[in-house]
Design a protein around this ligand. Structure first.
Ligand SMILES: Cc1ncc(COP(=O)(O)O)c(C=O)c1O
Length: 434
C-alpha cells in the first residue's frame, strides 16, 4: 500500500464524514476554528467521536491527548464526575421551565462574590451574547454609538465588521467600530477625544500580558472621557483566576463578559457589571428563551464550586509554566528555538512561530501534522484542564511526543522541500486578531 493510501485509510471515516457533512453543512463544521481549515486536511482527524478526561478519540478510533479542549470551555476535564452528576440531577427536575428558577440566583450570587466588577449579572449561551449585551448597554448608558475594540469578541456585526471576515456586515455598522492596538493606551486618546466613544472593549490579557499600568491607564481614560470600560473575559475568566483578569491585575471595569470555562463545556455565558448600568436591562432588550436553561446553570455552579474548592486555576497556572518551559527546552535542544516558542503566563501558554527557513504558514502546518501523527491535538496554545494535571504520566507523554514532533519538524526544515513533507492541504488561517 502506498503512503498516501495508508493515510487515507488511517482517516477513512473522517474523510467520509467530511464529504457527507459538506453536502448539508457549510464548511462541514459549526465553528471556523474547528473546521478542516485548521488542520492538514487529508492527514488529520476531522471528526471526533468521544472524549474522557483530557483525551479525545476520533471517528477512526485514534486517541489524542487534547490541548484544544473544545476551544477552552473544558477546564476540569471531559466527563468531570462532579459536573456531570449535577447535570444528571437537574435533568430529573427539568431543563427549561416557564418561570425563573432558584439556580439563576445561586449562580448570580457566586459571580457577584467572586468577580470585582460584578454587582448584577445576566446569562447568555455564547460569549458573543455577553459581549454584544455589553455593547448595547454601553450605548444605552452613554447615548453614544462608537466602540473601540482590541482582541476577538465574537461573531456579531459590531465586532466582526472590524476584521477581514466582514462579508455581510453593512458599511454603516462597520463605521461604528474601530480597533486599537493592545498595550497602546495612547492610540485611544484621539478616539476618546472625539467624544462619541460609548465603550472600550478589550481582552485584558491573552497572547500578551498587559504592560504595567496599561489597564489602569484605560480605566482613567474611560473615566475622564465618559466611556464604558468593558473587559472581555471570555478566555481569561476562571482561568487566570476565579475573579478573572480584573482581580488578578487589580483594575475593575464597568462591565465584563464571561463564558467558555464557566460550565466545563455546557453552553453558558454571563454579562456582569455595575448595578446602575446592568439595571438598564429593565428596558434595554437583552433577552432569550434559553438564558435560564437549567442544565448549564447547574453545570456552572458545580464547575465554579470545584474550581474554588480545589484552587484549580493556581494548579493549571503552575502546570502551564512547567509545560511551556519543557517545550521551550526541547525546541532549544532540537535547534528550533528561533522559530518555535511557547510564550505567556502558565494559565495559557501560546505558540509563537517565526518565519525561519520556511514561512510560518508551512511551519504551522508541519507542526500540526506532526502533532496529530504523534498523538497530540494541539493548535495555537496549551489549553489546560484539571485532568492534564492528574498524573505525571500525562506531562511525560506530552514531553516525549513533543520531542519526536520537533525532531520531525527539524528534519523537514532541513530538507530541500519542507512544504513537500506535508501529507495534506496546508492549514488556512481564519484570521489573526491576537
Ligand atoms: C475573547 C473572546 N471573546 C468572545 C468570544 C466569542 O465567544 P463565543 O464563540 O462563545 O460566542 C470568544 C470566542 O472564542 C473569545 O475568545
Amino acid at each position: 500500500m502506498s503512503a498516501s493510501d495508508q493515510l487515507s485509510n488511517r482517516f477513512a471515516q473522517s474523510n467520509a464524514l467530511f464529504e457527507r457533512a459538506s453536502r448539508t453543512i457549510p464548511l462541514a463544521s459549526q465553528t471556523f476554528s474547528k473546521s478542516h481549515l485548521q488542520w492538514v486536511a487529508g492527514a488529520a482527524p476531522l471528526f471526533l467521536e468521544s472524549a474522557a478526561g483530557c483525551h479525545v478519540t476520533d471517528v477512526d478510533g485514534h486517541r489524542y491527548l487534547d490541548y484544544v479542549l473544545g476551544l477552552l470551555p473544558i477546564i476540569l476535564g471531559y466527563g468531570d464526575p462532579d459536573v456531570d452528576s449535577a447535570i444528571r440531577d437537574q435533568l430529573d427536575q427539568g431543563i427549561t421551565l416557564s418561570l425563573p428558577h432558584r439556580l439563576e440566583m445561586e449562580l448570580s450570587e457566586r459571580l457577584v462574590r467572586l468577580i470585582p466588577c460584578a454587582e448584577m449579572t445576566r446569562f447568555g449561551k455564547n460569549g458573543s451574547d455577553a459581549t454584544t449585551a455589553a455593547v448595547r448597554l454601553a450605548r444605552a448608558h452613554t447615548g453614544r454609538d462608537r466602540i473601540a475594540v482590541a482582541g476577538y469578541h465574537g461573531w456579531h456585526d459590531w465586532y466582526i465588521g472590524t476584521t477581514s471576515r466582514h462579508l455581510g456586515v453593512p458599511q454603516a455598522v462597520r463605521d461604528l467600530s474601530v480597533s486599537f492596538p493592545f498595550n497602546d493606551a495612547d492610540a485611544l486618546v484621539p478616539l476618546l477625544q472625539q467624544g462619541d466613544l460609548a465603550a472600550v472593549v478589550l481582552e485584558p490579557a491573552g497572547a500578551t500580558a498587559p504592560a504595567p499600568g496599561f489597564l489602569q491607564r484605560l480605566r482613567e481614560l474611560c473615566d475622564h472621557h465618559g466611556a464604558v470600560l468593558v473587559f472581555d473575559e471570555i478566555i481569561t475568566g476562571f482561568r487566570i483566576g476565579l475573579g478573572g483578569a480584573q482581580a488578578h491585575y487589580g483594575v475593575t471595569p464597568d462591565l465584563a463578559a464571561f463564558g467558555k470555562a464557566m460550565g466545563n463545556g455546557m453552553p453558558i455565558s454571563a454579562i456582569v457589571g455595575r448595578a446602575d448600568i446592568m439595571a438598564l436591562m429593565e428596558d434595554v432588550f437583552v433577552s432569550g428563551t434559553f438564558g435560564g436553561e437549567l442544565l448549564s446553570l447547574a453545570a456552572a455552579i458545580a464547575t465554579i464550586d470545584k474550581l474554588e474548592r480545589q484552587q484549580i486555576p493556581q494548579r493549571l497556572w503552575h502546570h502551564g509554566d512547567r509545560l511551556r518551559n519543557a517545550a521551550n527546552g526541547l525546541a532549544e535542544k532540537r535547534g528550533l528555538s528561533d522559530v518555535i516558542t511557547f510564550k505567556g503566563d502558565g494559565w495559557w501558554p501560546r505558540l509563537h512561530l517565526a518565519n525561519g527557513p520556511v514561512e510560518s504558514a508551512t511551519l504551522v502546518s508541519l507542526l500540526r501534522q506532526e502533532c496529530t501523527a504523534h498523538g497530540l491535538l494541539l493548535a495555537s496554545s496549551f489549553n489546560l484542564c484539571l485532568a492534564h494535571t492528574a498524573t505525571d504520566a500525562i506531562f511525560d507523554e506530552t514531553v516525549q511526543a513533543l520531542d519526536r514532533i520537533y525532531a520531525e519538524v527539524r528534519d523537514a526544515l532541513e530538507s530541500s522541500d519542507p512544504a513537500g513533507r506535508l501529507r495534506g492541504r496546508p492549514v488556512q488561517p481564519v484570521f489573526s486578531v491576537r
